[in-house]
Design a protein around this ligand. Sequence first.
Ligand SMILES: NC(=O)c1ccc[n+]([C@@H]2O[C@H](COP(=O)([O-])OP(=O)(O)OC[C@H]3O[C@@H](n4cnc5c(N)ncnc54)[C@H](OP(=O)(O)O)[C@@H]3O)[C@@H](O)[C@H]2O)c1
Length: 185
Amino acid sequence: MSWLGLKGRRVLVTGAAGGIGRAIAEGFAAQGAILALFDRDAEGLERTRATLPGTTEAIPLDLSDSDAIAPAVEAAASRIGPPDILVNVAAMSLPRSLATLTAEQFTLQMGVNTTAALLTAQAFRRLRDPARPGAITNVSSIAAAHAVPNGAAYSSSKAALSMLTRQLAVEWGPEGIRCNLLNPA
Ligand SMILES: NC(=O)c1ccc[n+]([C@@H]2O[C@H](COP(=O)([O-])OP(=O)(O)OC[C@H]3O[C@@H](n4cnc5c(N)ncnc54)[C@H](OP(=O)(O)O)[C@@H]3O)[C@@H](O)[C@H]2O)c1
């Protein structure tokens, strides 16, 4: 029984090859949701897909390639239908001291952890059925509010993701897309 009302809901999850993303995908699948999963780890993604009940599509995607994001979400929508829910879980961390952190390393982490969430959200909004309720959940971190040595790029990207999510809630809430943040410790 789908006690959360998720049966038949169409759900996109990034970072679903392992860890929290895989657990979230398992939770949705157990409730009867229809899933499209994204990750750069194609083998891990396929392992997740193969173990889930119901309809699950696996779509390899490197979120550092911003031009690839909209086409991947479009591919998901063409396979499972207009998405109802988006969960941005994927993230990367390259610990570096501030003395040695390069512009390329900083930009890469901002791209994967923050910009990609904006681009998946924009594609989700464009492709969803506005007659159905929508929801976006972004997975940030307590690092968004706590500085740790060598964590400048990761923490900055998560702080930006947290504020991006608040902005999404303000701008898209009124049109029927609930936007929320998870901050794992
Ligand atoms: N676990 C924690 O204790 C914790 C604490 C606070 C916040 N969080 C947040 O929770 C989320 C999940 O964490 P997790 O521990 O489950 O992480 P994880 O096990 O490393 O899973 C993240 C997934 O994202 C993928 N990924 C990384 N870069 C990508 C890219 N450029 N394109 C597509 N996929 C990419 C990873 O692939 P690869 O394996 O190939 O890198 C991995 O499959 C993240 O947003 C993380 O920041 C986790």
